[in-house]
Design a protein around this ligand. Structure first.
Ligand SMILES: Cc1cc2nc3c(=O)[nH]c(=O)nc-3n(C[C@H](O)[C@H](O)[C@H](O)COP(=O)(O)OP(=O)(O)OC[C@H]3O[C@@H](n4cnc5c(N)ncnc54)[C@H](O)[C@@H]3O)c2cc1C
Length: 394
C-alpha cells in the first residue's frame, strides 16, 4: 500500500488532531486508561460529551456509504483513530461504532440498518458485547444461553459474562442458541437487544481494588423482537466472525503507546539517577530505541489491516496477527516503563507515583488485551489453521 497522504488527507488529519487536542484540555484527570471510562461517572460523562462532538462533525459515520449519511473513507477512519489514540480521547463507542456498525453494513437487512445506524452516528446509543459465558469463552460455539422463537419474539434465558461496560450500555448485541438440534456453528443467532428489557439483570464484577468495569448479564425470560437479528437465523457464527475482525484491528492502541513513549522519553531526559539523566544510560537508550522500532512496525501492520478492510479483503489471519502484535507489544512496553520508573512505577494514587501513576494502570490493562477479543493462543490457532493451513491438534 502507498503510505503517503494526499493534501486533503493531511488537512483532515490536522482537523482530527486539533479537535482531539482541544478535547484533551477538558479531560478529567481521573481518566487514566481504558477501564476508567466505564468505572467513573465523570469519565463516562466525558465519553458521552466527546461522542456528541464527534457526531456533530459526522466522524462517527466515517467510511459508511452515503445512503446512511457516511463521510470520508477508511483512511479518514484510520487517521481519526490515530488522533484519538494519541490524545487518549474516548467518544467512539468501541462496540457500537467500531464493531457493530461495520458489521451491520455488511450483514444486516436494510430495515435493521435504517433503525440502528443513525443513533450510532448521532452518538446517542452505547452498546455492549454479550458473547462470552462462564463455560464458553475461547470455544464460543459451545455457548448455552438460548433464544427460543415464539411468534414474533425470542424468549432469552441464560448467562453471559465479562461484558465490558454492560452496566452503562443502552443496547447489547449477543449470540444465543436458537436451534439446539443443529450442528455446532449453525445453531446460534446474532441478536440485538435493548438492555432495559424486562428479564435482563446486569451485575458488575468487582475487582480487588473495588472498581468494576466488567459485568455479568443474566437473562430470565427476556422477550426480544424476532426482527432484531443480524444475518440469517441460526447462522450467527458467520456474523460473529465478521465482527471479530473489526474487533481485533487496533490503531488507536498503537498511537496511545506512541504518546506513552514520548512521555517516557521526556521523563528519561528530565530524571537523574546517580547524577546522570536516565536517558544517558546505554541500557535504557537501547531498550527505548528497540521499542520505537517495534511501534513503527505495529503502525505499519495496523495500516495494512485498515487497507485490507477498505478493499474488503481482510482475512481472519490479518486481524489476528495485528491483535497479537499490538497486545504483546503493549505488555513489553508496560514492563519496560515500570522497570525504568523503578519501585514508584508500581504506585498509582500517591504523590510519589511518576507520570500520574499511569504505568501502574497500563501494566494491568495491557495484560488484559492478550485475553480479551479472543486470547492470543486462539489468535495463533487462527493463523495456523486458516492462514497457514496447518493441521488441527487433537
Ligand atoms: C478484560 C476482559 C474484557 C472482556 N470483554 C468482553 C466483552 O465485552 N464481551 C464478551 O462477550 N466477552 C468479553 N471478554 C471475554 C473474553 O472474550 C474471554 O475471556 C476470552 O475469549 C477467553 O475465554 P475464557 O475467559 O473463557 O478462557 P478459556 O476459554 O477458558 O481459556 C483459558 C486458557 O486456555 C487457553 N485455551 C483455550 N482453548 C485453547 C485452544 N484450543 N488452544 C490453545 N489454548 C487454548 C486460552 O488461551 C486461555 O489461556 C472479556 C474478557 C476480559 C478478560
Amino acid at each position: 500500500m502507498d503510505f503517503s497522504l494526499t493534501e486533503e488527507q493531511k488537512a483532515r488529519r490536522r482537523e482530527f488532531y486539533d479537535t482531539c487536542k482541544e478535547l484533551d484540555k477538558k479531560k478529567p484527570p481521573s481518566l487514566v486508561g481504558f477501564e476508567a471510562i466505564y468505572e467513573l461517572d465523570e469519565c463516562w460523562e466525558y465519553n458521552l460529551s466527546c461522542a456528541r462532538e464527534f457526531a456533530k462533525r459526522g466522524w462517527l459515520a466515517l467510511a459508511w456509504p452515503p445512503e446512511y449519511d457516511g463521510r470520508g473513507d477508511m483512511m479518514d477512519k484510520v487517521l481519526f483513530a490515530e488522533a484519538r489514540g494519541y490524545y487518549g480521547i474516548p467518544g467512539v463507542d468501541i462496540f457500537g461504532v467500531q464493531m457493530l456498525a461495520p458489521t451491520l453494513l455488511q450483514a444486516a437487512s436494510e430495515e435493521i440498518n435504517r433503525e440502528f445506524l443513525p443513533p450510532i452516528a448521532r452518538g446517542e446509543v452505547m452498546w455492549c458485547e454479550l458473547w462470552s459465558e462462564p463455560n464458553a469463552g475461547s470455544d464460543l460455539a459451545t455457548l448455552s444461553a438460548t433464544a427460543v422463537r415464539k411468534g414474533d419474539e425470542y424468549i432469552i434465558n441464560g448467562q453471559k459474562t465479562w461484558n465490558t461496560g454492560a452496566h452503562r450500555a443502552d443496547w447489547g448485541f449477543g449470540v444465543f442458541k436458537t436451534d439446539p438440534s443443529a450442528r455446532k456453528h449453525h445453531n446460534m443467532t446474532f441478536i440485538l437487544l435493548d438492555m432495559k428489557t424486562a428479564g435482563i439483570t446486569v451485575r458488575p464484577i468487582p475487582y480487588l481494588d473495588g472498581s468494576a468495569p466488567y459485568c455479568e448479564v443474566y437473562f430470565d425470560d427476556a422477550h426480544v423482537p424476532a426482527r432484531n437479528i443480524v444475518g440469517q437465523e441460526h447462522e450467527g457464527w458467520a456474523v460473529v466472525n465478521l465482527l471479530a475482525g473489526f474487533e481485533r484491528s487496533g490503531i488507536n492502541e498503537i498511537m496511545s503507546m506512541l504518546r506513552g513513549l514520548e512521555q517516557l522519553v521526556a521523563y528519561c531526559n528530565q530524571t537523574k539517577r546517580h547524577g546522570q539523566p536516565l536517558a544517558r544510560n546505554p541500557l535504557i537508550r537501547n531498550r527505548l530505541a528497540e521499542l520505537a522500532c517495534e511501534l513503527e512496525a505495529a503502525r505499519a501492520l495496523a495500516y495494512r489491516v485498515a487497507d485490507l478492510q477498505n478493499r474488503n479483503e481482510m482475512s481472519l489471519m490479518d486481524a489476528s496477527a495485528g491483535k497479537i502484535f499490538f497486545s504483546e507489544l503493549g505488555e513489553r512496553f508496560a514492563f519496560l516503563a515500570t522497570d525504568i520508573l523503578g519501585p514508584y512505577g508500581q504506585v498509582r494514587t500517591s504523590r510519589w507515583a511518576p507520570l500520574n501513576g499511569v504505568w501502574e494502570k497500563m501494566f494491568h490493562e495491557h495484560f488484559i488485551t492478550t485475553i480479551s477479543m479472543g486470547t492470543n493462543e486462539i489468535q495463533r490457532n487462527i493463523i495456523a489453521w486458516y492462514g497457514l493451513g496447518l493441521p488441527r491438534m487433537r
